[in-house]
Design a protein around this ligand. Structure first.
Ligand SMILES: [Zn+2]
Length: 167
């Protein structure tokens, strides 16, 4: 049975007041501007914004924005109110300052890491250059001394054979 049918029958349906109306002790009807954003089962949300901004300012702020943006606006107000209650000096600005400091620190860290990467890259290039030169020299030396080495080798083989075979 729908609520309209119940109303026609003269039976009052029990309307659950929103958290705002309950706190403000006013009648909450289907036109209540606060009801969609402050459900009765979340009283803390309205308590915070009421304490920090005041109920009439909250209503004004909600009325100022388009209906499609109201849910986001209320979320922001609730967040700001909680931050202000937690930190009476800086409120949500405290969090912004902290994050800005973190960004600054991370930027510095990134800068020094990039410098270190560049330094290591240069070291790697230098080492690669040295290895390339060593390889190059080896090739040259084996070409230059190749025949004499093989002669030496044959000589030593011959002397080994001589040693190995006593007279
Ligand atoms: Zn209400």
């Amino acid at each position: 049975m729908g609520s309209q049918t119940l109303a026609r029958l003269g039976i009052r349906t029990h309307h659950q007041p929103c958290a705002a109306c309950r706190m403000l002790r006013r009648r909450c009807d289907s036109n209540c501007i606060l009801a969609p954003y402050f459900p009765g089962d979340e009283p803390d949300k309205f308590a915070g914004v009421h304490k920090v901004f005041g109920a009439s300012n909250v209503i004004k702020l909600i009325q100022m924005v388009e209906e499609t943006n109201r849910e986001d606006a209320v979320k922001a107000l609730v967040y700001e109110a909680r931050a202000r209650l937690r930190d009476p000096v800086y409120g949500s600005t405290g969090t912004i300052f902290q994050l800005q400091k973190m960004v600054q620190d991370l930027k510095l860290q990134l800068k020094s890491t990039n410098a270190r990467v560049l330094e290591l890259q240069q070291q790697k290039d230098q080492l690669l250059g040295i290895f390339m030169n060593v390889d190059h020299l080896d090739v040259l030396s084996s070409v230059d001394h190749g025949p004499s080495f093989s002669l030496d080798y044959e000589d030593s083989m011959a002397s080994n054979l001589l040693i190995g075979k006593p007279h």
